[in-house]
Every structure is written in C-alpha cells, then in structure tokens.
Design a protein around this ligand. Structure first.
Ligand code: UD1
Ligand code: MG
Length: 476
C-alpha cells in the first residue's frame, strides 16, 4: 500500500433494535465483541492509524476498545446526526494535515475480513478514484443503501432504503458501509452534505453522488461473499452471523487437521487454538483463549473457557474455566473444573468431581464424587471416593496439602489447613483435622456397635424384618 491509511470505525449509534442494556457494538460473536472484530480487521489490513467514533454508552465502549487494542484513538460524537456527521467529527479531530486514504468501516459489520479490506484499498489505490465502496448483491436488500449505476455501469449514487424510489428498491447491489476515500476529497465533500432526506441526517453515502458528479470518480468493489458485508441491527441477525462465523472457524480447523464430528453443535471462539488430530465430539464449546494440544479429544457435551488442554488428553462431559489439563490426563465424565485448577500429566479428575484452586500432580487421581478446593495433591497420589477438602471455615479459605504417592480412604474430610505426608494412608470415613506424617496411617472412625434383632423389634412386619428372619432360619 503506497498511501497512508487512516481508518475510521463508526461505533456511536444507539443500536435501539437490539433492545439491550448493553451497547450494540459490545454484543459478541465468536468470543469477541462486534467492535473488536471491526478493529481487528482494519488493524490486520495494515491501517496506519485507527480512530473509533463513539457516542452511545461511550465510557463502556471506550474501556472495552482500549482493553482490546490500546493503539486505537477515540473521538466522541455527542449527538448521532448520521454517518456523514460521524466521519466529519473524526476528520476534524485528525486536524487539517491528514492525507492519504481514509478507510471507513462500521462497528456492526462483524464478518468483514482483513483480506477484503486489503483488496478494497488496492483497487482504490490503482483506480485513482475519490471513493471506492465495498458492495454485495443481496437476495433481500431491504434496509440497505442501494448502489445506483448510470447507463455506462459506473456508480453514480447511493440511495438509502427509506429514500429510494420503487425502481431503486429493486436494485440488489447494496452499500456495505465500508469505503475507501481520498482524504482531501472527503474533507471537501463532507462540507457539502445536507440533511434533506427522510431521516434528517448527514449521510456519508451522499459523498458518492458528489464524487460522481464532480468527476472525482466513484467505484465499487463487489464481493460474492455477502456475509462479510452484512450489518447487525438486531439479535436475529446477530445469531445468524454468529452461526456463519462459527461455520467458517470450524472449516479452517477441519482443513488444518482437526476432526469435528458434528459442526452444527460445536462452537469454537475465534481466539481458540487447536493442535493437529484434535477430535471435538458433539456438543462441545471451546471459548475464550482455550487451547487444545495435539491428539486430544474433547466432548461430548463439554464447555471450556480459557482452558489449556494438553496433548493426548481426554475431556468428557465437563465444564471448565481458567484451568490447565496436563498431557494425556483424563477428565470426566461430569467434572467441574473451576478457576485455578491445574492437573498434571497423566492425571485424572473423574465423575462428579469439582475442583478449584487445586494443583493435582502428575499421575495423581481424584476419580469419584469429590470436592477439591485450595489443595495441593502430589504426584501419584490417589484420593478416595467421596472426599471433601473442607477449605472454608466460614470466614476464610485454607489450603490442604497431600504429599506424593499417598492413598486416602473413601469418604474422608480434610479440614484445612492440614498436611498429609508423602506415602501416607488415611482410613475410610476419616475426618482429618491433624497433620498426618509421611508413611503413617490415620484412622479416626468411631467404633461400630451392632444392636442384635433391632429390626425385628422396631420394624416388625416389614420386608427387612422378613428377610432377616429368613436369613436367621436358613443359618439354623
Ligand atoms: C448504513 C448506510 C447504508 C448501508 C448500511 C450497511 C448511511 C446513511 N447508510 O445504514 O447505506 O447499506 O449502513 O449496514 O450511511 N453511526 C455513528 N454515528 C451516527 C450514525 C451511525 O457512529 O450518527 C454508526 C453506527 O454505530 C453503525 C454505523 O454507523 O456502526 C451505521 O449506522 P446505522 O444506523 O446502522 O446505519 P444503517 O441504517 O444500517
Ligand atoms: Mg446498520
């Protein structure tokens, strides 16, 4: 790209059709807000500077954009007097010296790809036109601005749906809103806009007729991939484009060696990374910055957010967040990994197990029905079925440490803070309140008493009493 490119991302609109407490451009698809998708696309296309025009919910929107990309600058459009006004506010903030190409994009067109912008800029550059618009032919162009062409086929104007004649409404080529403009032309043309239209706004689209009439030249780059040009005004459109983005994401992963058994029930966010020969089973959602190592299998029915899954691991019917699963580890079915869980290589978290702030060593196992909170479990240790790490005294949380190669019995409670030494054993049903030295057996169950014939005396004429009677008779 020879010219300097300044990108203006329009994100000031109210988005009333979303019917939401949240700013429209902050609604998400593929794990990113719409405005983050828009900024990512212009940044990846190599824009030299990016300026976002914000208005509605501006603190919320500005904070969000700054967290996503700190190099973006902002300008506030206090009243939303139209897309032309928004661009004018941005251009004014850039000062009189701005030159080169202005690339205008919308924060509500989330599937736009950077490669498309690169081609738009290239065509704009070589054509020497004042304006080049990204357009597409839609089966249902309702709501969009229509591209009006003259007898020679050159673009002569954009007419908004609300201002269009019956003949113009038949036009299926629409304005995506994305355009490349010569900065000097734009500055001049914006000063010539008026609000003489059905919405009483300054339309950016009117600069196209100005360019065509003044022979500065207006042209279009029409793309076949219509989804890239589609805007989101309500939640129906959002869900449709979210589905389309997901299909595209999964296609890329399948082509790079990931098996997706059922793409219709599998959701993968755009920032997720997958190794080769990963298998995703039906009902799997991989969210946020989740990564899955080579040869691992995830699913069915598993949701992981910001989880690192090691190579060759198996994760079945699990819900996990902000956790690490080691190589070849086994998780589930029905496991709940809460933030701060770190599972070592070849380790196991089994059925109906909940973990939080827990480091579980290589080859260690928590196979059944347990809660492991604020714990350290050494390598090769086995935790018995039904164990509770009692980490909360009602006011504060405390840690439990279990050494390596320990064997703890079924139905234990470890009352933190407590330490169980390397190679120690604990008996079934124990409540461990005191440290257990390495190699010791801890046993604190109460002695068992049997009350003879209690059932016959207290529950006569029951199935239990008759069974006991039969047992007694047959042993006689
Ligand atoms: C706009 C275009 C239309 C195009 C369609 C594509 C105009 C006049 N119309 O219509 O030709 O087919 O997009 O989706 O440009 N915004 C501001 N400030 C404002 C007004 C809008 O920042 O004062 C922002 C919005 O936040 C949004 C974008 O500009 O990101 C487009 O605004 P919207 O109201 O959705 O325009 P459309 O009616 O969809
Ligand atoms: Mg719109």
């Amino acid at each position: 790209m020879s010219e300097l490119v300044t990108s203006i991302v329009l994100a000031a609109g109210a988005g009333t059709r979303m019917k939401s407490q949240r700013a429209k451009v902050l609604h998400e698809l593929g794990g990113r807000s719409m405005v983050a998708h828009a900024i990512g696309a212009v940044r990846d296309a190599g824009a030299d500077a990016v300026i976002a025009v914000i208005g509605h919910d501006r603190t919320q929107v500005a904070d969000h954009i700054a967290a996503f990309d700190s190099s973006v600058s902002f300008v506030v459009q206090k009243e939303q007097n139209g897309t032309g006004h928004a661009v004018q506010v941005a251009l004014d903030s850039l000062g009189p010296d701005v030159e080169g190409t202005i690339l205008v994009t919308y924060a509500d067109v989330p599937l736009l790809e950077s490669a498309t912008l690169v081609e738009l800029l290239r065509q704009h550059d070589v054509s020497d036109r004042a304006v080049t618009i990204l357009t597409a032919e839609l089966n249902d162009p309702a709501g969009y601005g229509r591209i009006v062409r003259d007898a020679a086929g050159d673009v002569s104007a954009i007419v908004e749906h609300k201002d269009a004649t019956t003949a113009e409404l038949m036009i299926r080529e629409v304005n995506s809103g994305i355009m490349a403009l010569d900065s000097a032309f734009l500055r001049d043309a914006l000063n010539r806009l008026d609000t003489d239209n059905s919405q009483g706004e300054l339309y950016l689209t009117d600069v196209v007729a100005i360019a065509a009439a003044g022979n500065a030249g207006a042209g279009a780059y029409m793309i076949d991939d219509v989804s890239q040009t589609e805007g989101v005004n309500d939640r129906v459109q959002l869900a449709r484009l979210a589905g389309e983005l997901n299909r595209r994401t999964l296609d890329v992963w399948m082509r790079s060696g990931v098996t997706v058994v059922d793409p219709t029930s599998t959701w993968v966010d755009v920032d997720v990374r997958l190794g080769t020969d990963v298998t995703l089973l039906p009902g799997t959602q991989l969210l946020g910055a989740t990564t899955v190592g080579e040869g691992a299998t995830v699913g069915p029915d598993t949701t992981l957010r910001d989880v690192v899954v090691g190579a060759g691991a198996t994760v079945i019917r699990t819900h996990g967040a902000e956790s690490i699963i080691g190589a070849r580890a086994l998780v589930g079915p029905f496991a709940y990994l809460r933030p701060g869980t770190s599972l070592g290589a070849g380790a196991k978290i089994g059925t109906f197990v909940e973990t939080k702030n827990a480091t579980i060593g290589d080859g260690a196992k928590v196979p059944h029905l347990s809660y492991v909170g604020d714990a350290e479990i050494g390598e090769g240790t086995n935790i018995g079925a039904g164990t509770i790490f009692a980490n909360f005294d009602g006011v504060s949380k405390h840690r439990t440490t279990v050494g390596k190669h320990a064997r703890t019995g079924s139905d234990n409670v470890f009352v933190a803070p407590v330490v169980i030494g390397d190679g120690a054993y604990t008996a079934a049903g124990s409540v461990i309140r005191k440290d257990v030295p390495p190699g010791s057996l801890a046993r604190n169950e109460a002695p068992q008493r049997n009350f003879a014939d209690w059932v016959g005396q207290n529950r006569p004429d029951t199935e239990a009493a008759r069974a006991a009677q039969d047992a007694e008779e047959s042993s006689d």
